[in-house]
Design a binder for this molecule. Structure first.
Ligand SMILES: Cc1ncc(COP(=O)(O)O)c(C=O)c1O
Length: 370
């Protein structure tokens, strides 16, 4: 029987167990020394002055908005092609997401349309670094500075990704990384807030910790939430940090092979590497045959992923969002985008099987000579 190839699975093994054993043996499970160690490793990786670990990336985005006093009556511009958490965090904070189309070259804001989304209510722009690309932060910063608007970078998918040499998530006022199970590195669930601002960092810590500045104290300076991390998440995260460079290297090799063998059949999604130092979290292509190809691969036990559903089409969004532009690019990318299996553990044989199956599809269904 042909084995199933997942689109993505984490690279976890005995190293995570080793770190987890320390936690079990210590019996200290709520955030403590390992969480601090994990935050320090992230600071070292990104160059951020502060890194505050929270339970997930969505909570991290929410804390950034609250720390910047963004709430009811305010607007925040988000790209139309992203995971829904970007806009949901804005709604959770009581503000209104304004949806703006993206541009093909970096999968982030369409810079021409971005400025026309700004109104007197705009408090922040939330660029998303999608699929391991970086948004054009110089151009976005110029627009934000001109209108005196804050930038919160959603770098949930941006671990290890750099923009002109600077780690994503550290260029705007605040930034966020996610460690969800399918991300470049994972803690199961988890997120981190990055900022260089001491006051914003303090506010985020309070927000995640019931409004107080340290645990074990029962006088609370403000009203907060419980978005704390755990030592188990930190243990897994530390093991994953040990592996980060080999994960990035391996994903690059996977991408090279796919592009070499399939680049003439489908349009590969590749960033301008003079601007972005990418991480090929997923290797993705555009093809008008996406739907058919995806079904064909599924019938051969190969799992793929389509792109995010454009936010303007989401059934849960009506008057709770503002459609700030037309959405040609995000719609095209959704209708044509397919991500192929891209796990660290993808074997040479399985990648060859995927490549041959894609070629077989084009040969038999699309009249393309290979
Ligand atoms: C672009 C983007 N933003 C936000 C999130 C939310 O992160 P989390 O799942 O850790 O809440 C994710 C991923 O899950 C994401 O891909």
């Amino acid at each position: 029987m042909t084995s199933f190839i997942p689109q993505i699975e984490p690279y976890i093994n005995e190293l995570e167990l080793k770190y987890l054993t320390q936690v079990v043996e210590s019996t200290y499970v709520t955030e403590n020394k390992l969480t601090k160690e994990f935050e320090d490793r992230i600071k070292k990786l990104t160059g951020a002055k502060h890194a505050i670990a929270v339970c997930n990336g969505t909570a991290a985005l929410f804390c950034c908005l609250k720390a910047l006093d963004i709430g009811p009556g305010d607007e925040v511009i988000v790209p139309n092609l992203t995971f829904i958490a970007t806009a949901n965090a804005v709604i959770m904070a009581g503000a209104t997401p304004v949806l703006c189309d993206i541009q093909r070259q970096d999968l982030s804001f369409n810079l021409e349309k971005l400025e026309s989304c700004i109104t007197s209510k705009t408090k922040a722009i939330m660029p998303v670094h999608l699929y391991g690309f970086s948004a054009d932060m110089d151009e976005i910063s110029k627009i934000a500075n001109k209108h005196d608007i804050k930038i919160i970078e959603d770098a949930a998918q941006g671990v290890g990704v750099h923009y002109k040499g600077t780690h994503t998530g550290t260029i705007g006022d605040m930034g966020v990384l996610s460690f969800y199970g399918n991300k470049t590195i994972t803690c199961g669930e988890g997120g981190i807030i990055l900022t260089d601002d001491d006051e914003l960092s303090k506010r985020c810590y309070q927000l995640k910790n019931h409004g107080r500045s340290s645990k074990g104290v029962f006088v609370h300076e403000s009203v907060g939430y419980n978005f704390c991390f755990t030592e188990m998440q930190a243990a897994v995260g530390l093991a994953q940090m040990d592996k980060l460079m080999s994960i990035i290297h391996c994903k690059n090799l996977i991408k090279n092979k796919y592009v070499y063998h399939l680049g003439h059949l489908m349009e590969p999604l590749l960033p301008d590497e003079t601007i972005t130092t990418p991480v090929y979290w997923f290797t993705s292509f555009l093809t008008p045959h996406k739907k058919d190809l995806q079904s064909y691969l599924k019938s051969k036990s190969i799992q793929t992923r389509e792109f995010f559903y454009p936010l303007d089409k989401q059934p849960c969004y009506d008057s709770n969002v503002i459609r700030g532009s037309s959405f040609e690019v995000s719609h095209r990318l959704f209708s044509q985008g397919i991500s192929l299996p891209s796990s660290f553990g993808l074997s040479t044989q399985n990648q060859a099987r995927i490549i041959n199956t894609v070629k077989e599809y084009f040969k038999s269904h699309v009249e393309v000579n290979d």
